[in-house]
Write a protein that binds this ligand. Structure first.
Ligand code: MF3
Ligand code: CO
Ligand code: CO
Length: 267
């Protein structure tokens, strides 16, 4: 069995479910934005998102997933990903935070994340990091079409981010998604053009590059989840979920309110 044969291909009727799940996750990220302010604790953000998701007849996928204790991930400053919301973690003016929401709606997963600035005095280097990360995701999306390869996607991210003298995290990848939270394939955020699996119409996966201001290396905190940069530099991440279509792609997780690139800096 080759790699391709383990990958589920989804059809137009599946897309209707995936679209609704993706839009709900993105709407949750829009909903939470006004609450991301100095002095709020990340457990409050968790509880608000949890309530929003359940009010829309969905379930937060992270809760109890492989033992994860909360409903969303909140990754602040040097946290690369999988930060655990906590009452004791108060956001401060100038912080940057990734909020990662995954919902299950009628059995379909919707997975997306974006960066928020806390307050209105975000240091330029933090805004540049976020903008480079956002741009890298969009260059990756530009590479998605039937016949392109996973290597084309990874290369688009790596080539751009490293060209901006930032680094791409290797330890976490995008993933197939649908009825399950994480399915094949692994979607690497680095790679070589033309290498790796060729994309087929009906593949559904996330692209979720993590970019560090310094070196790419991470380490895990003792909670077993929180990944942080070894050199303590800032890390940023954006995540979209998409399908490969005959025309190229459909992104399921665009912000309904168009809020997703608010940290835009001149880079
Ligand atoms: N939402 C994350 C992703 O993009 C996964 C979080 S797993 C959890 O794949 F257990 F931490 F929730
Ligand atoms: Co994901
Ligand atoms: Co996610």
């Amino acid at each position: 069995m080759d790699n391709t044969s383990r990958i589920t291909l989804y059809d137009e009727s599946d897309f209707r479910g995936l679209r609704r799940a993706g839009q709900l996750a993105a709407a949750c990220l829009d909903f939470i934005e006004p609450h991301v302010v100095p002095g709020v604790n990340t457990e409050k953000l968790n509880d608000l998102c949890d309530g929003f998701i359940r009010d829309h007849d969905a379930i937060p996928a992270p809760l109890n997933y492989r033992g994860f204790p909360k409903s969303i991930c909140t990754s602040v400053n040097r946290v690369i990903c999988h930060g655990i919301p906590s009452k004791n973690h108060l956001l401060r003016e100038g912080d940057i935070i990734n909020i990662d929401v995954t919902v299950i709606l009628d059995g379909w997963h919707g997975d997306t994340s974006r960066m928020y600035g806390v307050g209105d005095k975000i240091p330029l280097k933090a805004r540049r990091l976020c903008t480079v990360t956002w741009n890298s995701l969009n260059f990756a999306l530009d590479a998605v079409r039937p016949g392109a390869t996973l290597g084309d996607i990874g290369h688009a991210i790596q080539h751009y981010a490293e060209g901006m003298r930032m680094s791409v995290v290797r330890d976490f990848v995008g993933h197939g998604i649908g009825r399950k939270f994480h399915e094949p394939p692994h979607v690497f955020h680095f790679g070589n053009p033309g290498k790796g699996l060729a994309l087929l119409v009906g593949m559904v996966f996330t692209i979720e590059p993590m970019v560090n201001f310094g070196k790419p290396h991470g380490k895990m905190l003792s909670d077993g989840w929180t990944a942080v940069t070894q050199d303590r530099t800032l890390s940023a991440q954006y995540e979209h979920m998409l399908a490969v279509t005959k025309d190229g792609l459909e992104v399921f997780t665009h912000s309904p309110l168009g809020l997703q690139d608010k940290l835009n800096a001149n880079v």
